[in-house]
Design a protein around this ligand. Structure first.
Ligand code: UT7
Length: 332
């Protein structure tokens, strides 16, 4: 029997119109454009405005962009996965609402949360459903409305995060293209360094939580930074080694966009040069589950069939990983 690989056959993206620039942030907290650009590489980020709009709004628009671009009939989709750390609400998945709204009426759907690694881990899950032959079309969407958990008086976090979504379609491939290998990891001792304390089952939001601003994301930036570089470089090096890939065999590094210095340091450690690194942090900031699909969205026209891509992500939890992927189409 022919081996089924799982590959990406279409990409879509969406960012909200409203731009929050470094200049805007200068009027909100004690910071400046020079500090933000030199310490993070971020110039602006997008913010979703509008009462009652959540991550599903971003996910629906990214999915619709993909469906229209590749003329995919939503009724043919078997499964919709929404990778998100900021679901619309508790107790009802963002994915089921998204699937209904895009007309994927024959699909089942669920959310996946591994913080900033949600999309990377989602790629692994989507691939297993395709490789097993159970499903033929899996729509994986990374969507986060990070502005919903940001304290815009906290300069340690408000300069970094933005809102956005990206979508990819996974389908079977019989030429050996698509997913090749993966190393995915978690370490629960990391959760004290990055996360939102209240609103979950440990600490439901109450007056005490709000008084102490526990509904907002908090991070120990330096600890997260060090762990991100060390761990993404570690798993990416292992992936390269066990697949006998040399520096010149890799066309692209598609790494989670959290901080330009983290991206540069990771690429440096695995000895890839800057022209091999996909980058768009400058215009979107850290969009959590959306950074990797938005990279594919922005770089799709440059990707060639057979290109070797190393994906890497690191996020809260802690969670991290690396995936070796062979791109499967030219975008003409
Ligand atoms: O997806 C995972 C999510 N999170 C991350 O990946 C975050 C990883 N960490 C980082 O990106 C960086 O640690 C930050 C960008 C958050 C901070 O950069 P840093 O180089 O680690 O700065 P720092 O926290 O060590 O602060 C250096 C200085 C401090 O002043 P002093 O003590 O040296 O006088 C801060 O008070 O910069 C100050 N500072 C700022 N100044 C202007 C901190 N934030 C700001 C700011 N504007 N926004």
């Amino acid at each position: 029997m022919t081996k089924l690989n799982a590959t990406i056959t279409a990409v879509g993206g969406y960012v909200p119109e409203h731009i929050l620039s470094n200049k805007d942030l200068e009027t909100m907290v004690e910071t400046n454009d020079e500090w933000i650009v030199s310490r993070t590489g971020i110039k602006e980020r997008r913010i979703l405005k509008g009462e009652g709009l959540g991550s599903s709004f971003l996910a629906i628009n990214a999915a619709k962009d993909l469906l229209a671009k590749k003329n995919v009939d939503p009724k043919t989709i078997d499964l919709v996965i929404v990778a998100t750390a900021t679901p619309d609400m508790q107790g009802a998945s963002t994915a089921s609402y998204t699937a209904s709204k895009i007309g994927a009426i024959n699909a089942f759907s669920f959310d996946m949360d591994a913080a900033c690694s949600s999309f990377l881990f989602g790629m692994s899950v989507a691939a297993r459903y395709i490789e097993s032959g159970i499903y033929k079309k899996v729509l994986l969407i990374g969507a986060d409305k990070n502005s919903s958990m940001i304290d815009y008086t906290d300069r340690a976090t408000c300069i970094i995060f933005g809102d956005g979504a990206g979508a990819v379609l996974f389908e079977p491939n019989t030429e050996g293209l698509g997913m090749q290998d993966e190393i995915l990891k978690t370490d629960g001792s990391g959760r004290e360094f990055l996360g939102v304390k209240s609103g979950g089952s440990c600490h439901p939001t109450n007056e005490h939580a709000i008084k102490n601003k526990q509904q907002f994301i908090k991070q120990d930036g330096k600890t997260v930074f060090k762990n991100a570089v060390f761990n993404m470089a570690d798993v990416s090096t292992k992936i390269l080694k066990r697949n006998n890939l040399k520096k010149e065999d890799v066309q692209w590094l598609a790494v989670h966009q959290a901080n330009q210095r983290i991206i540069d340091a990771t690429a440096n450690r695995i000895e890839l040069s800057s022209d091999q690194v996909m980058l768009n942090i400058e215009k979107y900031g850290n969009t959590t589950s959306a950074t990797i699909p938005l990279l594919l969205y922005d770089y799709e026209s440059k990707l060639k069939k057979g290109d070797n891509i190393i994906f890497a992500a690191f996020g809260g939890g802690f969670s991290w990983g690396s995936i070796y992927f062979k791109w499967s189409y030219n975008n003409n």
